[in-house]
Design a protein around this ligand. Sequence first.
Ligand SMILES: Nc1ncnc2c1ncn2[C@@H]1O[C@H](COP(=O)(O)OP(=O)(O)OP(=O)(O)O)[C@@H](O)[C@H]1O
Ligand SMILES: [Mg+2]
Length: 285
Amino acid sequence: MIVSVCSDKGAPGVTTLATALGVVWPGPRAVVEADTAGSDLSFRLHPAAADTPLSHLAPDPSIAGLATAARLGLTGAGPLPFAQETSLGVPVVPGVLSAERFRPLRSLWPGLGQALAGWPGTVLADLGRLHPGAPAAPVAQASTAVLLLTRADLEGLFHVRDRVVELAGMVGPGEGDRIRVGVVVTAPVKQRRAAVEQVHQVLASVGSPAPVLGCFVHDPAVAQQLWAGVMTRRLAGSELVRSARSVAESVLATWPSLTATFDATDSSADVHAESTTAPAPAVAP
Ligand SMILES: Nc1ncnc2c1ncn2[C@@H]1O[C@H](COP(=O)(O)OP(=O)(O)OP(=O)(O)O)[C@@H](O)[C@H]1O
Ligand SMILES: [Mg+2]
């Protein structure tokens, strides 16, 4: 199953939210970087067994191998054979390094979407800036939930109003006619309540049934700690990570079919497999 994260414009923190959701997500999961603008995670994350703290992910395996293999269908392990273990404890399939290298993969996106949707674990897919006709649109269309991340400033609120309607039309309704698009707002911790309320009002003004799934706390110092790649107690207890957990819980409550598959999945694939609420991430000693 796929939970996609995307934005309209700007860089509100889609890659950061997808990664943080991967860290706190219960059950088997993988972050898949499907942003056709080119990979960022290859440069930001560190391998689990790094020789030096400055090591970065390898160029392979990547989404190129995953998308190619998906043409013939994936095994029961879904994307995991193409994922790299990271120091944050979450398996990640990094994107390819540039937009040029993504171009030859374009015809593979529909098959990739279908194959990932058929995996009982959860793919946290970073789709980057998503517009109709974007190469990654078939992955959004195969998703159980599509999270649109927006800032709570005037531009963010203005654009989210139009984008949420457009995006809902693009991906269509889900099971039981349920809307598949939800909004996550990002704001500093002190402004999070007001930010959520503002998004509610904007969505109500256009009559959108899209749920507001919560606020992803904006905190540059904590984001830097996340990219340093060590899950310290301070990082695990930060408002940023706690807000990601709260968004994860809200997503799972809104689309319960995401949890229905946990039991059906091989529990050896992940230590969190039996939990149905987002766990505290494993912290460094
Ligand atoms: N919640 C946050 N708090 C503080 N800084 C953040 C947060 N989220 C992202 N950032 C920082 O903002 C910058 C952009 O974040 P990120 O790459 O996640 O955005 P994006 O929406 O994926 O951008 P793009 O569209 O370019 O891929 C990064 O330096 C990141 O560390
Ligand atoms: Mg990004």
